[in-house]
Design a protein around this ligand. Structure first.
Ligand code: PAF
Length: 275
């Protein structure tokens, strides 16, 4: 892969990377279509990264279908698919990791220890292998995107990071590979995430700014659906991810909810009315 990347670079191409864990859906294809706009050699990596899964998480169960992924990638004009084996990415004796100090302390960090260390490490490796000028990530994984932007800045990767808005099903559910785990009943309850974000957006637009009030009504709505268990409902600074008491400017509302056995996340930037 490195030789192919060097060849592309030497032939004057702008290399764009879309890192994924495969089992592609319309959300991934939107990242690839965005990628097309920013360069002329589009690489997609497909790698279910064991380092970002906790011991009790769904690494074994995570859906995989490389043939289907290849067909989908080809349909949107991807030039190269890089799908390494885990033992090629993490050779015996592997011991170097990328750890960020502050951003992983918030939101998903406490309930998924080492997750972001796994993400930052694999993305750093992918960047070192392919040296992309541009890389594309989804805004659904807001904290991941913030962490990658910070890592790229701190470690001077020189890769331009582009975030793409969340792609949703017609009824509002944010697209995610993990939606495939949901039963019909759970699928209905999963709508509580997007619905409560909309409710919060409306409340903020109507002048409600107290974080405690907003999180209480959001938790109430999610809890009114069966099969839901809230991991967090947070209002935070969109850059530092630190929690805020009031929505005085653009504020990130981030949610993580277990629906049945599936942990789902979603988020929105809430904007108060201008004075
Ligand atoms: O968002 C994902 O699919 C993964 O976390 C990523 C960025 C491909 C790293 O494994």
């Amino acid at each position: 892969m490195r030789q192919e990347a060097i060849r592309l670079l030497q032939s004057g191409k702008t290399v764009v990377l879309v890192p994924t864990m495969g089992y592609l859906h319309e959300g991934h294809l939107a990242l690839m279509r965005e990628g097309q706009k920013h360069g002329d050699a589009l690489i997609v990596s497909i790698f279910v990264n064991p380092k970002q899964f906790g011991p009790a998480e769904d690494l074994q169960r995570y859906p995989r279908d490389l043939d289907r992924d290849m067909t989908l990638a080809e349909s949107v004009g991807v030039d190269v698919v890089f799908a390494p084996e885990a033992r090629a990415m993490y050779e015996e004796g592997f011991q170097t990791h990328v750890d960020l100090e502050l951003l992983p302390r918030h939101l998903c960090g406490p309930s998924r220890p080492n997750h972001f260390r796994g993400v930052a490490t694999v993305v750093a490796k992918l960047f070192n292998i392919m040296r992309p000028q541009v890389a594309i990530f989804g805004e659904k994984d807001y904290q991941q995107l913030a962490i990658i932007r910070c890592m790229v800045r701190d470690l001077s990767f020189g890769t331009r990071i582009i975030g793409v808005p969340t792609v949703r099903e017609p009824d509002g559910l944010a697209m995610s590979t993990r939606n495939t785990y949901l039963s019909e009943d759970e699928r209905r309850s999963a709508l509580s995430l997007s619905e409560s974000l909309q409710q919060a957006q409306k409340a903020v637009a109507e002048g409600i700014s107290d974080s405690a009030d907003l999180t209480r009504s959001t938790s109430g709505l999610i809890g009114s659906y069966p099969h839901t268990r809230i991991d967090y409902v947070a209002l935070c600074d969109p850059d530092t991810l630190e929690e805020v008491d009031r929505v005085d400017g653009p504020t990130l509302m981030a949610l993580a909810v277990r629906v049945g056995g599936t942990r789902l996340i979603d988020n929105a930037i809430l904007k108060p009315i201008e004075d």
